[in-house]
Ligand binder design. Structure first.
Ligand SMILES: [Zn+2]
Length: 450
C-alpha cells in the first residue's frame, strides 16, 4: 500500500498545524490550526468574516491547496486537542472536504463552538466523538484504522492519533508532555505506545512535536505547577488587599487548582473574561471538572464590570479574580485592569499571579512587558512563571523513540532552527538526516512507501 505524508502547516512555525497521511486511496488529516500571532499583528482583524485565501496569504491558516496533489479521498479530519493552533482553521477549511471531524468529546465541543461563530462559511461536516482508547475503520479497503491514544498536555482530553496500515503505523505525536501524575485526568498511556511499537509491522513513521526539543531533562508534571501555585497562594493567605491571578483559560487543570486554593485561603474565586467563561463553562458542562456551585463566570463586559463593582464594594480581600491576559494581550482583562479601564482598583502591594510562561515571541514579550509595567506603576507585586510546559523535552523524546521504534521520524511544530536539536537527538539514536529523519517545510510531500 502506498503511504505518503503531506506536511501542510506548522513545519515553518509554531501555529497553523496541518498534516495529511495517505494510505492507499484513503487520506486522514491531522489538525487544521490557526497561527494567532499572524492575526494579532494586524489591528482589528476579525477572522470570523474573512475568506480562507486571505487568511492563507496572511500566513494565518495552512495553505491546503497542496491537498489536490494527494491522490486519495479525505476520510476524516482529526484535531488532536482544543488549542487554536490545532483547531482554529477548521471553520475556514473543513467545508472543502467531504469528511467528518473526528475528535474527543471536549475537543469536538470546542470545534462546534468555533463553527457556530463562523460568519463566512457554512461548515456542515459531521462532528464525530471518539474517546481515547477507541478505534475507527477508515475507508473501504478494510485494512486502514484510526486509533486515539490518550496523552497529557496543557488542555484536557488530548490524544495522539495513530493510522494503522498494512505497512505499519503512522503516529502523529503533537502535542504532549509525559505526565504520570496529572491533576484532572489519567496519566499518559505509554503502555499503548510501547505496544504499538511492537505489534504487527511496528511504526512506519512518527511525526514529532519539537517545541522543547532543545531543552534538557524532562518536562515536570502538572502536579509540580500545582504545588508551586499552592506555595505562592498560601504565602499570601494573610494579605488583606487585592490578589488577582491569570492563566491560560483553556488550561482547565490550572484554573481548577486556582479555584481550589482561592477557597483554601478564604477567598471567593471568580472567573472573568470571555474565554475564561467559555472553556471552564464547557469543561464543567461536559463533566470534566467539578467546580464549586457558587463559582461565578462572567464573559460579557457589562457583567464583568458589575462583578468588579461588587468586589470593590464588598472588599477586595474577600475575592480572587481569575482573569484573561497572561500574555499581556491588549484587549484581555488583566491588561484592561492595568490600564485602569475596569472598576477594580489596584493598590500598592496588591498581588498579581501569572500562572503562565511568556510565549517566547517578540509580540508577546512586548505586550506582556507593557502590561506588567502598567500593573507595577499602580504598585502591584508580580509573581510569574508559575507554570510547566505542555511539551516534551529531551528525555521525553528519547522515551518516545524507544517506545515506538519508528522507521522514519518527521520533526514538526517548529521552524528549521527548532528542528535542529531534535535532528541531533534522533541522530544520536541511530537515525540519519535525509535517510530516515525527514526535515521538511510547509507544502511538501514525503513518500514513505511507493
Ligand atoms: Zn497544544
Amino acid at each position: 500500500m502506498e503511504i505518503e505524508i503531506a506536511t501542510i502547516g506548522g513545519y515553518e512555525e509554531v501555529g497553523r498545524q496541518m498534516t495529511a497521511v495517505r494510505a492507499g486511496d484513503d487520506v486522514v488529516v491531522f489538525d487544521m490550526g490557526l497561527n494567532l500571532s499572524q492575526v494579532l499583528i494586524h489591528d482589528n482583524v476579525e477572522t470570523e468574516k474573512m475568506h480562507s485565501l486571505d487568511l492563507i496569504d496572511m500566513g494565518a491558516i495552512p495553505d491546503d491547496r497542496v491537498m489536490s496533489d494527494l491522490e486519495g479521498d479525505v476520510q476524516a479530519i482529526v484535531p488532536t486537542h482544543g488549542h487554536l493552533d490545532h483547531i482554529g482553521a477548521i471553520s475556514k477549511l473543513a467545508h472543502r472536504y467531504d469528511a467528518p471531524v473526528v475528535a474527543t468529546p471536549f475537543t469536538i465541543e470546542l470545534v462546534k463552538q468555533q463553527i457556530e461563530g463562523e460568519n463566512k462559511f457554512n461548515v456542515n461536516n459531521d462532528l464525530v466523538k471518539m474517546e481515547a482508547g477507541e478505534t475507527m475503520s477508515i475507508g473501504d479497503s478494510g485494512n486502514v484504522e484510526l486509533e486515539f491514544v490518550h496523552v497529557t498536555h496543557s488542555i484536557i482530553d488530548a490524544i495522539n492519533p495513530v493510522v494503522h496500515t498494512p505497512e505499519g503505523a503512522v503516529v502523529y505525536g503533537l502535542d504532549k508532555r509525559m505526565d504520570h501524575s496529572p491533576v484532572l485526568e489519567d496519566p499518559i498511556d505509554m503502555k499503548r505506545f510501547r505496544e504499538i511499537g511492537r505489534e504487527g509491522n511496528g511504526v512506519l513513521a512518527y511525526i514529532e512535536d519539537c517545541t522543547n526539543a532543545g531543552r534538557k531533562g524532562r518536562t515536570p508534571s502538572e502536579s509540580v505547577a500545582r504545588r508551586h501555585l499552592k506555595d505562592v497562594m498560601t504565602s499570601v493567605e494573610d494579605y488583606d488587599g487585592g490578589i488577582v491571578a491569570t492563566t491560560f483559560s483553556s488550561h482547565i487543570s490550572r484554573v481548577s487548582s486556582l479555584v481550589e486554593f482561592a477557597k483554601d485561603i478564604g477567598r471567593q474565586p471568580v472567573l472573568l473574561g470571555r474565554s475564561m467563561e467559555k472553556y471552564s463553562g464547557t469543561a464543567e458542562r461536559l463533566g470534566f471538572v467539578d467546580l464549586p456551585d457558587d463559582l461565578g463566570m462572567y464573559g460579557h463586559r457589562k457583567s464583568v464590570d458589575r462583578t468588579f463593582k461588587r468586589i470593590m464594594k464588598e472588599g477586595k480581600e474577600n475575592y480572587l479574580p481569575i482573569v484573561t491576559g497572561h500574555q499581556g494581550e491588549p484587549r484581555a482583562m488583566l491588561t484592561r485592569m492595568g490600564r485602569g479601564e475596569t472598576p477594580y482598583e489596584i493598590d500598592d502591594g496588591d498581588k498579581v499571579i501569572f500562572s503562565a510562561r511568556v510565549i517566547p515571541e517578540p509580540t508577546n514579550e512586548g505586550q506582556r512587558y507593557q502590561s506588567e509595567r502598567l500593573l507595577r506603576m499602580q504598585g502591584a507585586r508580580i509573581y510569574d512563571e508559575i507554570h510547566v510546559s505542555g511539551h516534551l523535552r529531551e528525555e521525553g523524546h528519547y522515551e518516545m523513540l524507544q517506545a515506538l521504534q519508528p522507521q522514519h521520524v518527521i520533526p514538526a511544530h517548529q521552524n528549521l532552527k527548532g528542528f535542529a536539536p531534535y535532528v541531533d537527538l534522533a541522530e544520536s539514536q541511530g537515525y540519519a538526516l535525509g535517510r530516515d529523519v525527514h526535515v521538511t517545510r510547509n507544502g511538501n510531500m514525503i513518500q514513505l512507501v511507493e
